[in-house]
Write a protein that binds this ligand. Structure first.
Ligand SMILES: C[S@@+](CC[C@H](N)C(=O)[O-])C[C@H]1O[C@@H](n2cnc3c(N)ncnc32)[C@H](O)[C@@H]1O
Length: 254
């Protein structure tokens, strides 16, 4: 999983949409920023660049293994402001109220059983007037060119339903922030687009095929036929994959 997060983070189209969202929040020099569900620290390193030496970045994750990897990678980051990485559950943040200028969760809420509980905690630790931002994919809106459209939908929707608490999380984010009591909610919709089968996309689709077999959605030979269909589309230069990302931001009322 750590390698997958880093590969996604390096993919140019993904880096662009992640950074566009951070500017949309916005995160500015001197900010104290919390990232919930920081994984290997892909976003933490972007945040460190944005907040500069006067700022502070705190990442929390419930996985100690991913945090260990994040510590190594963040140590390697050249220009480092104050970065702290801690094990914590987003639903019980170990911080005082009003501690941060901004609290963010990037591709995390779709994995969470109680999204409102996590967002309420993010609101609690943000100062009045500060920003709470969440960005997620929406697995109801994935377009892939493939000769077998029905099989593609069976695999993509079937696997998403198994692995995410809410596969349609993206479109629900503005409503989630409103329910958590935030003001001035804004939405940035962005698209991950790949026409060449980037390494991350290839691994993502291979993992979908593997998981479709392990969840009993298709058998191994059908999964292989599906992957062969993708290879054929790529060879024809006809491959397109798009995945929508929704980034919502609200302000904590004074
Ligand atoms: C898809 S990764 C995203 C990592 C990082 N935000 C990024 O964009 O590269 C989701 C992360 O959320 C973490 N996570 C999921 N539920 C969590 C929770 N309730 N509290 C803290 N972390 C959580 C997982 O351990 C994982 O590292």
């Amino acid at each position: 999983m750590a390698a997958g997060l880093e590969a996604r983070g390096r993919t140019p189209a993904h880096a662009r949409l992640r950074r566009r969202f951070l500017r949309f929040v916005p995160v500015v020099a001197g900010d104290r920023v919390l990232e919930v569900g920081c994984g290997t620290g892909v976003v933490v390193r972007d945040l460190a660049t944005l907040v500069g030496r006067r700022g502070e970045v705190v990442g929390v994750d419930r996985s100690r293994l991913l945090l260990d990897r994040a510590r190594e990678l963040c140590r390697e980051a050249a220009r480092r402001p104050r970065i702290a990485l801690r094990a914590a559950d987003g639903a019980r943040l170990p911080f005082a109220a009003h501690r941060f200028d901004a609290a963010l969760a990037i591709t995390v809420i779709l994995h969470v059983a109680d999204p409102l509980g996590v967002v309420r905690e993010m609101v609690r630790v943000t100062r009045p007037g500060g920003r709470v931002g969440v960005q997620d994919q929406d697995f109801g809106v994935v377009a892939i060119t493939h000769p077998d459209r029905t099989l593609t939908e069976r695999i993509m929707h079937g696997v998403a339903a198994h692995i995410y608490a809410e596969p349609h999380s993206g479109r629900r984010l503005p409503g989630l922030l409103r329910a958590a009591g935030l003001d001035g909610i804004r939405l940035l919709t962005d698209v991950y687009q790949d026409t060449t089968l980037e390494p991350w996309t290839k691994t993502f689709l291979e993992r979908r095929a593997e998981r479709a077999v392990s969840f009993g959605i298709v058998d191994a030979s059908t999964a292989q036929r599906w992957l062969d269909g993708l290879t054929e589309v790529v060879a024809r230069g006809a491959f397109v994959l798009t995945l929508n990302y929704y980034g919502a931001v609200g302000t904590k009322p004074a």
